[in-house]
Ligand binder design. Structure first.
Ligand SMILES: *Cc1c(COP(=O)(O)O)cnc(C)c1O
Length: 367
């Protein structure tokens, strides 16, 4: 049985260092917003090439607090991908603004800059490109479009820790980049975690206030904030795992290359990567018109797969109130029926990767 992602094995590699980090926090007597959090913020900012990192409780909060810090709320519209994890949309609705979907480029699954013009209105305030599956979105044309119209750009980087765009690590190119450290992400904690990186010191300052009860001085509250902080335990754990992230990403890339080579001649759509982009292979997503049958055959043969994502946000019952009819976003609707994520992770062995290739070849051939 080949697991989709063996999280137990992923974290077992760091047991002595993780125990030491947890013991350090236990002994310190400081459990929220103290030295581990500060150190992680500095280390992650440096990793991203950003001036500032503000840690928060999770990836959704990173997006929500960034929108709030930018003053985006009721009456505003925010352009979001039509094919993303629902958190991108939830952040927009949580601040009272309206998500306006933009279809992707079919080859990369990322927001199509050519579709922005048709989606923008006088109420548009921001764009949230998602670096889906670990592959950076086309940031430069999106940023150029936004700059011309005075819109903010927030990168949803929850799947792309360490990915590069034109040779530059993402996290400092747009107005802000929002991160998740959910356990299954490329940089994962042993619980929830999130962060915002930015070069905008004023924005970072507002985020620090908003995450901590709207307070910059204890028991003095400048605005209605929330409680969204990264605890010391998760910060200490993330410092251990950040040091291993480049190696883990390289391992994922090697698996992706093996899949590329081993599956190239099959009637299966493989990922496409433009030459100026270095993805971190959070997911390796293939497409087939008979996806459900393929997934079932793979499972019977011992290869676990996952669908990212089976229902586009506009077709979720949660968003029925937006009234976006089926058929309005044909690409997102087709992708939800065709995409399939193959096993990938930093502890997946060459033998397991070879077995996935062999079994996918057998199953696709027999469909
Ligand atoms: C995981 C994820 C989020 C949300 O992160 P959480 O830490 O789970 O709140 C947001 N956007 C995308 C694209 C994600 O994959």
């Amino acid at each position: 049985m080949i697991k989709f992602l063996d999280l137990q094995a992923v974290n077992a590699r760091f047991e002595p260092a993780l125990r030491e980090a947890m013991q350090r926090v236990l002994s310190s007597g400081w459990y929220v917003l103290a030295s581990e959090c500060e150190a992680f913020e500095a280390e992650f900012a440096r990793f991203c090439g950003a001036d500032q990192c503000v840690s928060v409780a999770n990836g959704l909060d990173a997006l929500v607090l960034t929108l709030r810090a930018m003053g985006i709320g009721p009456g505003d519209e925010v352009l979001v991908p039509s094919n993303t994890f629902i958190a991108t949309w939830l952040a927009v609705t949580q601040v009272g603004a309206t998500p306006v979907p933009v279809e992707p480029v079919e080859a990369t699954y990322n927001m199509d800059p050519a579709c922005l013009g048709a989606a923008v209105t006088a109420r548009t305030r921001a764009i949230i490109p998602v670096h889906l599956y670990g592959q950076p979105a086309e940031l430069d044309p999106i940023l150029a479009f936004a700059r011309e119209r005075g819109l903010r750009v927030i990168e949803d980087a929850a799947q792309a820790h360490g990915a590069r765009y034109h040779g530059q690590t993402i996290g400092a190119r747009a107005d802000a980049a929002c991160w998740s450290f959910y356990p299954g992400k490329n940089l994962g904690a042993l619980g929830d975690g999130g962060a915002v990186t930015t070069n905008d010191a004023a924005l970072a300052g507002r985020l620090r206030t908003l995450r901590n009860y709207g307070s910059s001085t204890k028991y003095h509250h400048d605005e209605i904030g929330s409680n969204s902080r990264l605890d010391e335990l998760q910060a200490a754990i993330l410092r251990v795992k950040l040091a291993a992230l480049p190696g883990d990403n390289a391992r994922r890339a090697a698996i992706a290359r093996a899949y590329d080579a081993g599956l190239a001649d099959l009637p299966l759509v493989l990922p496409t990567v433009p030459p100026h982009i270095d993805p971190v292979w959070h997911l390796y997503v293939v497409r087939h018109p008979r996806r459900d049958m393929l997934a079932r055959r793979l499972a019977e043969a011992g290869v676990m797969t996952v669908i990212h994502y089976p229902v586009a946000p506009h077709l979720q019952p949660a968003y029925a109130t937006l009234g976006i009819a089926r058929g309005t976003l044909p690409l997102a609707e087709r992708l939800q029926d065709e995409v399939l994520s193959l096993p990938i992770g930093p502890t997946q062995s060459d033998a397991e990767t070879a077995a996935v290739v062999r079994i996918v070849r057998d199953c696709v051939g027999a469909l």
